[in-house]
Design a protein around this ligand. Structure first.
Ligand SMILES: CC(C)(COP(=O)(O)OP(=O)(O)OC[C@H]1O[C@@H](n2cnc3c(N)ncnc32)[C@H](O)[C@@H]1OP(=O)(O)O)[C@@H](O)C(=O)NCCC(=O)NCCS
Length: 199
């Protein structure tokens, strides 16, 4: 989980199966859709992060970051990471990031707009991200967040993360295959594969 501003390489119940399709994962339950974000989505991504409350921005980045810093972060993340956006119609309401430096391990980060929390958006996004990680040959993804961030810890544990305290941070690892088994085994996300958007 990349939440650290010093490490800049860094959304209803879940009802849909999530599969990475041709590098462009896309799920929908008619209300919440997920697609890959590109540089063309930078303004949407930036606005989403800027709209997080002070506390949630701090939770996301494990520190206080400025709007200007966020603008640079968004450009770099869209350039170097795999970024998934969760949409309520045209509005970007949730983002998941997968950062990887060429190894078989990845680092993840999540942010869900306040009004979309506890509705399964984070669960759908993490399922989509794990499918994408598997497609890219990753075997595990790491989770790192503040000890106060019970929401992120609960979300990670749903997918088998062994969350524990380490250097005052809550850290854990999700085995990609095991996390995806949790998705199918528990019905966390079961449903339909949708084609990637055209273009
Ligand atoms: C962490 C976060 C991404 C979770 O997203 P979400 O869409 O609310 O997650 P879900 O609705 O899929 O919930 C996942 C699980 O976490 C639990 N959960 C969610 N919020 C919780 C909270 N505040 N306290 C305890 N558990 C919580 C849910 O009950 C759910 O478990 P369940 O399915 O067994 O009921 C969201 O709260 C967020 O964006 N926080 C601010 C940014 C941040 O902290 N990012 C993570 C660090 S990088």
């Amino acid at each position: 989980m990349i939440c650290d501003p010093l490490f800049p390489t860094q959304a209803t119940q879940a009802t849909q199966a999530t599969q990475a399709t041709q590098g462009n994962p896309f799920t929908t339950d008619g209300e919440f859709t997920i697609r890959r974000l590109e540089q063309a989505d930078a303004a949407l991504f930036l606005a989403h992060l800027q709209n997080l409350s002070f506390d949630h921005r701090r939770d996301r980045f494990n520190g206080v970051v400025s709007d200007d810093w966020l603008a640079g972060y968004v450009r770099e993340a869209l350039d170097k990471a795999l970024v998934l956006g969760g949409f309520d119609q045209d509005r970007l309401v949730a983002v998941a990031e997968l950062h990887n430096n060429g190894t078989r391990s990845g680092e993840t980060a999540f942010s869900v707009a306040a009004e979309w929390r506890r509705r399964g958006a984070g669960t759908q996004l993490i399922a989509a991200l794990l499918a994408l990680a598997r497609e890219r040959g990753l075997v595990r993804v790491s989770v790192e967040t503040g000890p106060q961030n019970l929401a992120m810890q609960a979300l990670a544990r749903k997918f088998g993360a062994d969350m524990h305290l380490e250097s005052l941070m809550s850290v854990g690892t999700i085995d990609v295959a095991e996390g995806l088994r949790q998705v199918t085994g528990s019905g966390l996300a079961a449903g339909t594969n949708h084609p990637p958007p055209s273009g």
